[in-house]
Design a protein around this ligand. Structure first.
Ligand SMILES: NC(=O)c1ccc[n+]([C@@H]2O[C@H](COP(=O)([O-])OP(=O)(O)OC[C@H]3O[C@@H](n4cnc5c(N)ncnc54)[C@H](OP(=O)(O)O)[C@@H]3O)[C@@H](O)[C@H]2O)c1
Length: 310
C-alpha cells in the first residue's frame, strides 16, 4: 500500500522524484535541478557527487550537485514520480516504488512503445497515472554525464479520460525545467503514432545495422514500406483516424533523423535487451486479438531473434 503523506502544510511545488538515472532520467533531473526545482534522482546504487550536463556533444559540462539515491533511502513519500526506465523495466520499477508513494502521488510514465503503460494502469488502478511522449534526445557518454543531444518537445496527458486530471499542473511543474512540454489530451493517439513509426524503423535499423536514413534506400526501403503498410491496416481496423498518415510519417521521420542511430540499434550493439516487445511485439498482440496476420512484423522479430536481438 502507498505510504501515508506526512506533514500538514502543502508545499506549493512538491518537486519531482525521477526514477532511472539513464539518459532521459538524468536529462530531466539535471534540467529541473538547474532551474532550482527540488529533485531526487533514484538509481540502483547510491552515489554522492555531481551530475555533468552538456548542451551538446562538444559544449562544456555544467556540474550540478545532484546525488543518486536508492528508493530505500528516501526520507519522504514520493509526491510526483517521473519514471524514466525502459519499457520492460517499468512495471517492476513501479512495484518497487509503490510502498514509497504518497496517497496522492502522481506518476508520469516516460516509456517508448505501448503495453507497459497499460500493464501498470491495469495492475494499479488506484494510482494517478500520466504518460509522457518526447522527441528530446539524450545519451550518457560517461558515467554521471548526460548530453542533451537533440532539443525537442514533450507532451503529457492521461491515457484514459478521468474526472481528476492534473495534467496542466504537472506540465507547468515539468516546464520549469526549460524543456518544452505541453498538455496533450489525446496522448494515446500520439503514443500510437509514435509506436507505428518506431515499429517500422527501429527493428530494421538493428537488423541492417544502419542509420535511420539508410532505410530509404534499396531493399531496406521495400521492407520499411511493407511494415508501415501492415501497421496502417491494423490501425484502420482498430478505427484509428490517422492510420492513412502512417507511411508518409515513417518516411518523414527517416528523412528528419537520417543521421541518427535508433535506440533499438544502440541497445542491440551493446547486447542489451531492446524495447521491441513493447513496439513490434505489442503491434502483433493487437493484430492477433482481432485475427489479423502481420507477416512482415513477425518475420522481422524472428530474424532479430535469430541474431540474439530481442
Ligand atoms: N534517451 C533518449 O534520447 C530517449 C528519447 C525518447 C524516448 N526515450 C525513452 O525513454 C525511456 C528511457 O530511456 P533512456 O534512454 O533514459 O534509457 P536508459 O539510458 O537505459 O536509462 C534507464 C535507466 O533506468 C534504470 N532503471 C531501470 N529499472 C530501475 C529500477 N527498478 N531502479 C532504479 N533504476 C532503474 C536503468 O538502470 P540499469 O541500467 O541498472 O538497468 C537505467 O539507468 C525509454 O523508454 C526510451 O525509449 C529515450
Amino acid at each position: 500500500m502507498p505510504m501515508p503523506s506526512t506533514g500538514t502544510a502543502p508545499c506549493p511545488d512538491p518537486g519531482w522524484t525521477v526514477l532511472g538515472a539513464g539518459a532521459m532520467g538524468s536529462l530531466w533531473a539535471a534540467r529541473l535541478a538547474q532551474q532550482g526545482v527540488g529533485v531526487h534522482l533514484l538509481a540502483r546504487q547510491e552515489r554522492q557527487g555531481s551530475l555533468r550536463l552538456r548542451e551538446s556533444a562538444d559544449s562544456a559540462a555544467i556540474e550540478l550537485p545532484l546525488a543518486q539515491h536508492r528508493l530505500e533511502s528516501l526520507a519522504h513519500p514520493i509526491e510526483r514520480l517521473l519514471l524514466c526506465c525502459k519499457a520492460p523495466d517499468a512495471l517492476p520499477a513501479i512495484e518497487q516504488a509503490l510502498p514509497h508513494l504518497s496517497n496522492n502521488a502522481r506518476v508520469v510514465l516516460c516509456q517508448n512503445g505501448l503495453g507497459s503503460q497499460q500493464q501498470i494502469i491495469k495492475r494499479f488502478p488506484q494510482l494517478d497515472i500520466y504518460c509522457l511522449s518526447t522527441t528530446e534526445g539524450a545519451y550518457l557518454p560517461a558515467p554521471h554525464e548526460v548530453v542533451h543531444a537533440g532539443h525537442g518537445q514533450s507532451w503529457l496527458g492521461k491515457l484514459h479520460a478521468s474526472d481528476s486530471d492534473h495534467s496542466p499542473e504537472l506540465v507547468s511543474s515539468l516546464g520549469q525545467s526549460g524543456l518544452r512540454i505541453q498538455h496533450d489530451p489525446q496522448i494515446g493517439d500520439r503514443l500510437w503514432m509514435k509506436l507505428a513509426i518506431n515499429a517500422s524503423i527501429n527493428g530494421l535499423t538493428a537488423l541492417y545495422q544502419c542509420r535511420n536514413g539508410d532505410l530509404l534506400e534499396g531493399e531496406k526501403r521495400g521492407r520499411l514500406e511493407a511494415l508501415s503498410d501492415e501497421t496502417r491496416s491494423l490501425y484502420r481496423q482498430l478505427g484509428m483516424g490517422f492510420a492513412e498518415q502512417i507511411p508518409r510519417q515513417v518516411r518523414q521521420v527517416c528523412r528528419d533523423t537520417a543521421a541518427n542511430y535508433s535506440s533499438t540499434y544502440q541497445d542491440s550493439q551493446c547486447g542489451r535487451a531492446t524495447e521491441l516487445p513493447f513496439i513490434n511485439g505489442f503491434i502483433l498482440q493487437q493484430a492477433q486479438a482481432i485475427g489479423l496476420t502481420m507477416p512482415e512484423h513477425k518475420r522481422l522479430l524472428e530474424e532479430l531473434e535469430r541474431r540474439g536481438i530481442h
